[in-house]
Design a binder for this molecule. Structure first.
Ligand code: XIL
Length: 314
């Protein structure tokens, strides 16, 4: 079958991409696929650009692992999505247990974002990750608890100052369909725009369940792009309760197609990233007990029906 990035680009999208981890690259069959630019035109570091990897103690920045991912993308002429600057998870304890006052934490956020975005220039960045709850309120975190929502503007402004060319995103899950959380995202972007805070895009993670693509997915993409920002599908996978059956794989194929065709129908949807492409390295079994088989390639690097769905969607 056809290669995914080639198909996506022929359809007018910027890229089809995947998340990855360094240790996965020693699997030769896996590496052969990810190093093929016609298959993947964009790479996201699944872990090594997060705060615990990049600033393990205050003011000490460690880019060795992130640089390996950046070098892989560069060697293959693939775009890089930086993931991420500010998130409530995978934080070092000096941040979570630091008991910083508001001005100090604000300056810590600013330094972290500007150093990251300045180090990996010219990229697309998930500056803010998962700042909302499902009911549309802001998520509790060391950042929100100390700074209320101001950390969002602080992070975005620091990122813009560090690299005026970078595309700055807010990324979240459960904003695929319309509902309180998507409405909150719309309101957040509007309020940032009203304050002239730089914001270029909304990242829609799309960690989905077989048969569970929200019917309002397309309408929601249109609602987001109507704000004047771009959108990207940033972490797509479609998990199922194991064991795998032909019927589940057939539904998964339809689900992948539904997501891709919604992105394809909206000009401001720039590209799609899967949250790793092989079931061998998916985060799903570790995060959702009894579930898996969420990716387009199986654990033996064999293409699943999902790939035909992706191709049909573009
Ligand atoms: C996941 C990684 O894939 C795992 O390896 C790690 O143990 C936990 O984080 N939303 C995100 C990603 O924004 O950063 C998460 O990645 C998956 C959910």
């Amino acid at each position: 079958t056809a290669q995914l990035n080639r198909v996506a680009q022929a359809a007018g999208k910027l890229y089809f991409g995947t998340a990855t981890n360094i240790e996965e690259l020693s699997d030769a069959a896996y590496a052969a696929i990810i190093n093929n630019r016609t298959e993947f035109g964009q790479i996201t570091a699944a872990n090594v650009m997060k705060w615990d990897s990049t600033e393990p103690s205050r003011g000490v920045f460690t880019f060795g692992a992130g640089d390996q991912i950046a070098a892989l993308a560069k060697k293959n002429n693939q775009l890089l999505r930086g993931h991420n600057c500010v998130w409530h998870q995978q934080l070092p304890s000096w941040v979570t247990a630091g008991h910083f006052d508001a001005p100090t934490l604000s300056s810590i956020v600013s330094t972290h974002c500007s150093t990251l975005v300045g180090h990996y220039k010219g990229q697309i960045w998930d500056v803010i990750n998962e700042c909302l709850n499902d009911d549309g309120t802001f998520r509790q975190s060391v950042f929100f608890d100390t700074l209320n929502t101001s950390f969002i503007a602080t992070a975005l402004r620091a990122a813009r100052a560090a690299d005026p060319q970078a595309k700055l995103y807010i990324n979240d899950f459960n904003i695929e369909g319309q509902g309180p959380k998507s409405t909150a995202m719309v309101n957040l972007v509007k309020s940032l725009q009203a304050q002239k805070v730089p914001i270029d895009g909304i990242g829609i993670q799309a960690h989905l369940i077989v048969g569970g693509v929200p019917p309002t997915f397309l309408a929601n993409l249109k609602q987001f792009t109507a704000l004047g920002v771009e959108v990207a599908i940033t972490e797509l996978d479609v998990r199922m309760t194991l064991p795998v059956t032909d019927a589940l794989l057939a539904q998964q194929r339809r689900d992948y197609q539904t997501v891709i065709s919604a992105c394809q129908a909206v000009k401001g949807c720039i590209g799609v990233t899967v949250w790793d492409f092989s079931d061998k390295f998916s985060w799903v079994p570790g995060a959702f007990a009894g579930q898996g088989a969420a990716c387009p390639w199986d654990e033996n690097m064999i293409r699943k029906p999902a790939i035909d769905g992706i191709i049909a969607g573009f």
